[in-house]
Design a protein around this ligand. Structure first.
Ligand code: ZN
Length: 327
């Protein structure tokens, strides 16, 4: 019988800690980072790509799939590293194509214990299963980073515009937000339990980039996010190049909120993504199973459609539309 000691791929080393200074200059290295161990003693590894330029510069982190069903970000990171001219890079790029490995494997948003990892950051050293996972990710990965772009998509049954959430009162963070050339920017202060908020609180300018819909690969969205990340690298003087300007300036929102249904039924949400709605516009209709109109919902104020529910089955308390309020 052939026996072997944890052989995955000879080019990909298994590590317990990221040591950026150990990455050879002018090279891209791939690692499996052993973060935690599962219930039969098997390590859970997260994939890490590190590109270290020949000259020094900032450390840019790109993270994806902290929600396990949000796939587009993975392709952004793969494309970025595939195209990166590491000999010309200044500084270091760290890419995590899948942060939440257990949930990615289950095609689920939440961690297997039911927790939303992006609500409990920066985690707890002696916390429960999800809190420790979050804590070790922050300690082992995020602490190495100077600037963070966290890639997301909408949740199951919903669709999103191409938009950014960022603390626009911080100058560096605001610059990162504009560089993504999004359709919409929503001002969102930190301290909200998100990875972005945890990074902000550690003094790491961070933005959340929402790139489309869950559970799928969207070529155009991936390309837009790829260009946004490239823009950030040019801006940070990590690579040479031109900053791509947006075709249309982003719509800037002071805040945003979801409009929820106070009854249940078959839902249709009428405006399209990025549409503007005015106070009193009918934005959604709920029918019962027999086809009778149960309720029409109107926009409570003027705003822009950031995201919307596209799943027809809507229970009382279900989400209808994510409204951005201009400011
Ligand atoms: Zn997400």
């Amino acid at each position: 019988m052939e026996t072997y000691l944890f052989h995955l791929d000879k080019d990909i080393r298994v590590v317990r800690k990221l040591e950026l200074s150990g990455v050879p200059r002018g090279e891209i290295q791939k690692y499996w980072l052993h973060l935690v161990t599962n219930g039969i003693g098997q390590p859970i590894h997260i994939p890490v790509l590190i590109a270290r330029g020949k000259s020094d510069g900032p450390v840019l982190g790109i993270t994806a799939a902290i929600h396990g069903n949000e796939i587009n970000g993975l392709f952004v990171i793969q494309r970025m590293f595939r195209k990166l001219q590491v000999e010309q890079l200044s500084g270091i790029v760290i890419g995590i194509p899948v942060v939440n490995v257990p949930s990615f494997l289950r095609k689920q948003r939440r961690f297997p214990d039911g927790t939303d990892l992006n609500h409990i950051m920066p985690g707890k050293e002696n916390g429960n299963v999800s809190e420790v996972y979050a804590y070790r990710f922050v300690q082992n990965v995020v602490k190495n980073i100077d600037f963070l772009i966290d890639l997301h998509t909408a949740s199951f049954g919903r669709i999103n515009s191409y938009y950014v959430r960022a603390d626009m009162e911080d100058e560096q963070t605001a610059a990162l937000a504009y560089l993504q050339n999004p359709d919409i920017i929503v001002h969102n202060p930190p301290s909200d339990g998100t990875l972005r908020g945890a990074a902000d609180e550690m003094g790491i300018p961070a933005v959340t980039l929402e790139i489309g819909d869950p559970n799928r690969f969207q070529k155009d969205m991936v390309q837009s996010a790829y260009e946004g990340v490239q823009n950030a690298m040019v801006h940070l003087r990590m690579i040479d190049g031109e900053i791509l300007e947006p075709n249309i300036p982003p719509v800037e929102c002071s805040h945003s909120y979801w409009i929820y249904a106070d009854t249940g039924g078959i839902l249709s949400v009428h405006p399209e993504l990025t549409d503007f709605v005015h106070e009193g516009d009918v934005i959604a209709t709920i029918h019962n199973a027999f086809g009778d109109i149960v309720k029409r919902y109107k926009a409570p104020e003027e705003g822009v459609v950031i995201g919307k529910n596209v799943h027809p089955m809507c229970q009382t308390g279900g989400r209808i539309l994510h409204l951005g309020v201009l400011g």
